[in-house]
Design a protein around this ligand. Structure first.
Ligand code: BT5
Length: 255
C-alpha cells in the first residue's frame, strides 16, 4: 500500500535499497522499454551525480533519491522546461508536507534559507524520431543533520529537518511529490509553460536579482530579468545587452 494518488507516475516503482545512481538504473530501464511514469527510488547512492558529472551526496536512509522516467510526446527543445516544472512540484510537496517555504534558484536548485535542500537533474534519451525518454533525477535532503553531509557541502546544503526542527515522514513527502509531478508535467505537456511560468516565478529567488552566471565557456554578470516560455534565463548585462542563458550555475551577487 503506497498511498499514491497518481495515475501514471509511480504506478511502476523500482525500489532498491542501495545503488550507484538511480539515474543509471532508470536509463537502463528506459532503454528496455519501461513505461511512462516509472520511478526508481533508493535509500543510498554510492555514486549519486549532479550536472557536469558533479557528485551528489546521498546519505543513507535520510533523503529521497529518485529518478522518474517520462515519455512525453514533445519536441526535444521542450525538455529543459521539465527541470523547471519539476522544481515547482518539489516546492509544492515540501510546502504541503512541512509548511516550509522553499525558493527556486534557476534552473535546478531548491533552497531553504539560501541553502540547497534539493537538486534536479534532467537527462534525455533521444534519437532521430525525437525524445525517447526523459530521466528526471530528484535528490531531496529530508532528515539529515549537518554532520550527515560531506564536509565539502556542509556549508551549502540543508535538509527539511534542519529547517523545520522536526523529522519529516519521507513516504508522505514522496507521495506528495509524485502527485504534483503528475499534475504539473501533464499540465505542461497539454497546455504549455505559460501558466506554470507564473507559478515558477512566484517561487523564484533569481528573477529581478543581480546574478553571476557561470557557464562552461564564459561568466556573465547582470540582472536576471526573467525566463522565456522556453525556460531560458534572460540576463541583462551592464552594457544593456540581453543574453539568453540555457544552462549555468547562478550566484546571487547581492548577498
Ligand atoms: C544537481 O546538480 O543539483 C542535481 C542533483 C540530482 C541528484 C539526484 S539523486 C537521484 C538521482 N540520481 C542521481 O545520481 N542523481 C539524481 P548540480 O546543480 O550540478 O549540483 C551539484 C552540486 O550540489 C555539488 O557540486 C555540490 O556542491 C552540491 N551538493 C552535492 N550533494 C548535495 C546535497 N546532498 N545537498 C545539497 N547540495 C549538494
Amino acid at each position: 500500500q503506497t498511498g499514491l494518488k497518481t495515475k501514471s507516475i509511480g504506478r511502476e516503482i523500482e525500489y532498491v535499497e542501495s545503488c550507484a545512481s538511480t539515474q543509471i538504473i532508470a536509463h537502463q530501464l528506459a532503454q528496455e522499454g519501461a513505461p511512462d511514469g516509472t520511478v526508481v527510488l533508493t535509500e543510498t547512492q554510492t555514486a549519486g551525480r549532479g550536472r557536469l558529472a558533479r557528485k551528489w551526496d546521498s546519505a543513507a536512509n535520510k533523503g529521497a533519491w529518485m529518478s522518474i522516467i517520462l515519455r512525453p510526446d514533445v519536441a526535444p527543445q521542450k525538455a529543459p522546461q521539465f527541470t523547471l516544472v519539476t522544481a515547482v512540484a518539489v516546492v509544492r510537496a515540501i510546502e504541503e508536507v512541512t509548511g516550509l517555504q522553499p525558493q527556486i534558484k534557476w534552473p535546478n536548485d531548491i533552497l531553504l534559507n539560501g541553502k540547497k535542500c534539493t537538486g534536479i537533474l534532467t537527462e534525455l534519451q533521444s534519437d532521430a524520431d525525437g525524445i525517447q525518454a526523459l530521466i528526471i533525477g530528484i535528490g531531496l535532503n529530508i532528515n539529515q543533520e549537518k554532520d550527515d553531509f560531506d564536509a565539502e557541502v556542509q556549508d551549502i546544503a540543508t535538509s527539511l529537518k534542519m529547517e523545520s526542527g522536526e523529522a519529516v515522514n519521507r513516504q508522505k513527502l514522496v507521495q506528495s511529490l509524485l502527485f504534483y509531478m503528475e499534475l504539473y508535467t501533464h499540465m505542461y505537456i497539454e497546455e504549455g509553460f505559460a501558466m506554470l511560468k507564473i507559478l515558477w516565478e512566484s517561487y523564484s529567488t533569481t528573477i529581478g536579482q543581480p546574478v553571476r552566471a557561470r557557464m562552461t565557456n564564459q561568466t556573465l554578470e547582470g540582472i536576471a530579468e526573467g525566463i522565456t516560455d522556453d525556460g531560458v534565463l534572460q540576463l541583462r548585462t551592464a552594457d544593456g545587452k540581453l543574453h539568453g542563458i540555457y544552462s549555468a550555475d547562478i550566484e546571487m551577487t547581492n548577498e
